[in-house]
Design a protein around this ligand. Structure first.
Ligand SMILES: Nc1ncnc2c1ncn2[C@@H]1O[C@H](COP(=O)(O)OP(=O)(O)O)[C@@H](O)[C@H]1O
Ligand SMILES: [Mg+2]
Length: 237
């Protein structure tokens, strides 16, 4: 590989979340896969939409692959933010793909390889540069070969890199001792937290892993605003 190509890989893709880029060296690396995990209501879907909106505002085609929610539900939830989400969906700068509907209606279970092949087909067809899969955890219940995951996911990650597609896998938080394959294979892992303190809900974001950037792994305060989620440099306590 030429030095020029290596340096090209140092370009950063703005995340769309105010305050996050400067925690991770300027943004995500193009063509990489990131895992965004956290409990329900921690802001995963909102972060995913912000990432796609940021791309759409810069003429990068976005694709939201949904396993659980329909487009109407996502739209209704996101309309209260100043994202201009309706215009982005209508103009197809952000495409919505209801994969849950398709998987539920097929009689046969797919293997991990077949599932990833299907995802690549959709991503290529939509010519997407930014992809969000919400939620990746749900795939576990659709596949016939649970043990085939690691290899198939490794191939998928390489293919995404060669297509220069930057992908966020949104995943439900399981017990913190149980690290699934995507923790190892992703180029970065961001954990969203919420917990009670003195009868107050505290929200936070944590960079658990980020390849190629020195980063602080402590919790950072996160708040919901009318512009979506925002991260602050201070500790949440
Ligand atoms: N303005 C707000 N203030 C506080 N919490 C909010 C606000 N807006 C949304 N939320 C919280 O965010 C949740 C939705 O976030 P979402 O991105 O869907 O989370 P996840 O995908 O992790 O379940 C809501 O259920 C609510 O708890
Ligand atoms: Mg969600």
């Amino acid at each position: 590989m030429y030095v020029g190509e290596l340096l090209k890989g140092l370009d950063r893709l703005p995340t769309g979340v105010p305050g996050l880029d400067n925690l991770i060296g300027g943004g995500f690396l193009p063509g990489r896969v990131y895992l965004i995990t956290g409990p329900p209501g921690s802001g995963k879907t909102t972060l995913g939409i912000q990432f796609l909106v940021e791309g759409a505002n810069n003429d990068e085609k976005g694709l939201f692959i949904s396993l659980f929610e329909t487009q109407d539900v996502i739209l209704r939830d996101m309309l209260r933010y100043n994202f201009g989400i309706l215009e982005h969906f209508q103009s197809k700068r952000i495409a919505f793909y209801d994969l849950g509907e398709i998987l539920l209606s097929t009689n046969r279970e797919l293997t991990w390889d077949e599932l990833f092949k299907l995802l690549i087909e959709i991503i290529k067809r939509e010519k997407a540069k930014r992809v969000v899969i919400d939620s990746f955890s749900l795939f576990e219940s659709f596949v016939s070969d649970p043990a085939g995951k690691k290899k198939a996911l490794g191939r998928f990650v390489r293919l995404l890199r060669s297509l220069e597609v930057t992908t966020l896998l949104l995943a439900e938080m399981l017990s913190s001792e149980k690290y699934t394959d995507e923790y190892y294979l992703a180029d970065g892992v961001i954990v969203l937290h919420h917990f009670m303190r003195n009868y107050q809900m505290v929200r936070a974001l944590q960079i658990l892993k980020m390849r190629g950037v020195p980063h602080d792994s402590n919790l950072k305060r996160l708040r919901f605003t009318t512009d979506g989620i925002r991260v602050y440099p201070e500790a949440p306590l």
